[in-house]
Design a protein around this ligand. Sequence first.
Ligand code: ADP
Ligand code: MG
Ligand code: MG
Length: 926
Amino acid sequence: MTQQITSTGLDEVVKKSPRKWVYLFNEGNATMRNLLGGKGAGVAEMTNAGLPVPPGFTITTEACNAYYDSNKQFPTGMWEQALAALKVVEQRTGKGFGDKNNPLLVSVRSGARFSMPGMMDTVLNLGINDETVQGLVALTGDERFAYDAYRRFIQMFSKIVLDTDPRDFEHVLDVYKERAHVATDAEIPAAELKQLVVEFKQIAERQSGEPFPTDVHEQLRKAIEAVFSSWNNKRARDYRNFNKIAHSLGTAVNVQTMVFGNMGSDSGTGVAFTRDPSTGEKELYGEYLLNAQGEDVVAGIRTPSKISRLKDDLPHVYEQFKEIAKRLEQHYRDMQDLEFTVEKGKLYMLQTRSAKRNAQAAVKVAVDMVAEGLISKEEAVKRVEPSQVYQLLLPRFDENEKKKASQEGRLLAKGLNASPGAAAGKAIFDADTAEELGKAGTSVVLVRPETSPDDVHGMLVARGILTARGGATSHAAVVARGLGLPCVAGTEGIRVSESEKLFRVVDSDFVLREGDDISIDGATGEVFAGIIKTVEPDFNKEVDLKTLLGWADKFRKLGVWANADYPRDAQRAVTYGAEGIGLCRTEHMFMEQERLPIVQKMILSTSQQERQAALDQLLPFQRSDFKGVFEAMVNPETGEGYPVVIRLIDPPLHEFLPSYEELLVEVTRLETEGGHDEELQEKRKLLEAVGSMREANPMLGLRGCRLGLLYPEINIMQTRAILEAVAELEQAGKKLHPKIMIPLVGHVNELKEVRRQLEAVAEDIDKQQGRTIEHKFGTMIELPRAALTADQIATVADFFSFGTNDLTQTTFGFSRDDAEAKFLLRYVEGLEEPGLKDKVKILPVNPFQTLDRDGVGQLIRMAAENGRKANPDIELGICGEHGGDPDSIELCQEIGLDYVSCSPFRVPVARIAAAQAALTHGEKDK
Ligand code: ADP
Ligand code: MG
Ligand code: MG
C-alpha cells in the first residue's frame, strides 16, 4: 500500500523560487510534452492512469534552457526543488537516498520533447556507494545482485558523466567472465563481482583523474548536469539538424526510483510494441531478458527471448502486461512502444510513446484502428506520412530471389537502411567513373567509405549508394533521400579500399571489385553480391492503402492529375487514382527511332515546302500518339474522358540533332581518313546547321512558344494531330476534354499570336468535321514575367499550369542542369565554417524539390490571384516535380489552385498529401 503523501514540501520550495522547475510524476500529464519531454509526459500520464510506475519527478526542459542561458549553472531554486521532490519520493517508497540501511536508488533519464533514440544518456542505479551497497545486500539477501548493480553504476556513470572510454570496462568484464568460466555477465559470482567493483573504480579514477564520487548527492548533481550537456553533444545536434528539430527545445531530466530486473530469474527487463511495427499485425511484438537490467536487451549482451515466451516464463506478468498494453493503446489511441521491468515477479512500466513503424505497418494500423472504432477516418489519413505511401510503391527486390541469394551466401553485410528502395548494378568506387558509366546508361551502385560533396556528381547518376561509414544523417544518407535514391549507409561489415577499388567483407574473405554486380536494399540495409531481380509493387493488391486513399479522396479539395507522355504512363496514372493528365510532353514522341530522321529533315529543311513535307509525314504518327493517350484516359464504363493537357513542342530544336562536338570529331576523322567524300559533305552540312543553331544559353533561347512563332508549321501540325485524334475518338462515341498548352510565354503578345494561329486550325477542323470540337488553349506560367503579368495573359488563356521547374530556375537564376551538383546541395546541406559548431545552411530545402514559399511561391500566389481576377473561369494547376511534393502541395492548397499534376508514381502521395493539406487547413480556418 502506498501511503497518501502530499507534495507540500515541494510546493513550499517552489514558492520561494522564480519558477517551478520540478514536477512529480503525479503532477504532470500527456499534454505537457513541451515542458516535461516525451518520456516525462508519458510516465506522468501512466502514473495518473493508475499503472505501476516507479515514483519519480521530472526537471523541466525550461530548466535545461535556463541552465544554458546562465552559463551552465542550475537555475535558482532548481536544485532545492529537486531535493524536495526527492524527499517526497523517499516518503512514497519508504527508502532513503544515501540511507545505508534502506537505500533509495534512482535512474537519471534524459527525455526531450521529440524522441531522439540513442542520442542522449541515462544513468541507472544512482545512489550506490560502498556503504549503501551493504544496505542493499542486507535488504535483499542477494550479494550478487547488489554488486551487479554497483558495477553497472560505475560503468554507466563513468561513460556518461565522467566521459571515459567504455571499452576498458567491457574488456575487464570479459576477463572476469572467462576467469569464472561463465558465458554471461548474469552468472558471475558475487565474490568476483565485489572484486570487479574495486577494479572498475580504479579504472574510473585513472581515466577521469579524480576520485569516484561516493557522495550520493554529488552523484545526482553530476548526472543531471551530464543529461543537460548531452542535449548539446555532437550526435544530438546532428540528429536535430537532420530531423529539423530546434536546438532551443532543451531536454527534461527524469529522476526515478530504480526497480531491478537483475534480481534473479523472476526478474527481467524488456521492450515491446503493441503491434508489429513492420507488418502492423495486431499482436505484441518485442523482446525481454530475465535477470537483466536496463538496455541489456537492445545492447545484444545476451540473446533476448521473444515477448510471447514470457507467457511461459512469468505467466501472470505476461497477462498483466498484455492488459496494460491494450489499455495504453486505447488511452493514446495509437500504437505504443513500451519499456518495462519486472522485479521479483512484479511488473513496472518505465516508458510509453507512440511507436515508430514502417510504411506497411503505418497504413495497416491506421486502417485497422478505424475498423476498431479507435480513431476516425480523418485521423487515419493524417497519421500516414506521404513518404510512407511513396515507399510502399517503390520497386522492391523479389522476396524469393532475395531468399535464394541469402541461401547462396550472397548476403554480404547489413548496414543502415538510410533511404528506401532497391538498387542493383555494377559496383563503382569513385564518382567520376560512376558519372561516366551512369551517363552512358549503365546501372551503377556507387560504393564509398563515406561520401562528401565531391561525390555528388556521381551520386546523381547512380542507382543507389552504399557507404561503409556514417549514420542516418551522414552526407550519403541526406543526399540520397533528397534524390529519392536507395542508400545503405554505415555498413560496418565491409572495408572499402578506394585505392584498390574494392571492398572486403569483414567476417569472410569475400572481395567485391569494381564492375562486379551488387544489389542493395535501402529499406532493410542488406547488401548482396550479384543482381537481384526487382519487382514493381502491385497497387491493386495493396488493399489497406487503397482504402486509406479512398478516404483521402473524400477530404481533399485539390484535384490530382499526372504527368504522362505515353499511354502506358497514363494507364498507370489512372490505376493510381489520377483524375487527368496535367502535362503530356510531345517531344519524346519526336525522339522515337522511326521518327527522328523525319524530325531532323524537318529541322534542316531550307524551304517552307520542304519543312511542310516532313511535317505531313509526322502528322499521322502524332495523331496516333495522342489517340493512345486520350484512350488511356477514358473511363471504359462511361466513355467520358478525363481532361488531358498536351504541351506543344518546347525544347530547342538542336536537341533533336547530333551534338556539335560529336559531329566535329566525326568530320575531322573523315577528313584525315579521306575517301568518304559523300558522307563528309553530308556531315559538314549538318555540322554547319548545328553550328548555326548553337546558343550560349539554350535554356533561355529559341524554345517554347518562341519556336512556334518562328516556325508556326510545327504547332499547327501538332494542333491538327490533337484535334483530329479527338474527332476520331468522338466518332467512336467517346467524350473528350483536350487542352492545348503553349509553353514559355513571357509576354501576352506571344500567346495572343500563337493562339490566333491555332484557333484558325481548330476552325478549319470544325469545318471539316461539320461540328465543333471542344478545345481549350492555355499556357505554362514558368517565367517571372509571365507571373508578373498574369492579369494580361489570363485574358487570352483558358488555363494556367505553373511550370515550377523552369519557374524556380528562372526566379533563382539557378541552372537546373548544373546547380545541384555544383553548389545547390551544399547550400542545403550547410557549409562548414571554422569556429562555428553547426554548418551554415544557406537554403532550408532544395527549391527544385520543395517550392520556395517566399519567392517562387509568392509569384504563383500573385499570378493565381491576378489571373482569376482577369478571368474568373481560368483553371489553375501546377505541373513539375513539385506537384508530388507534400510541402509544395500544402502551399498549392493554401494558394487555392484547382489541381496538382505529378509523375504517376507520386499520384498516391499527392492524394494523401492533398487530403492532409485540406484537413489542416480546415482546422486552421476554424
Ligand atoms: P532511452 O531514452 O535511451 O530509452 P531510458 O531513460 O528509457 O533511455 O532508459 C533506458 C532503460 O533503462 C529503460 O528502458 C529501462 O530498462 C532502464 N531504466 C530506466 N529507468 C529505470 C528505473 N527507474 N528502473 C529500472 N530500469 C530503468
Ligand atoms: Mg527508453
Ligand atoms: Mg518548362
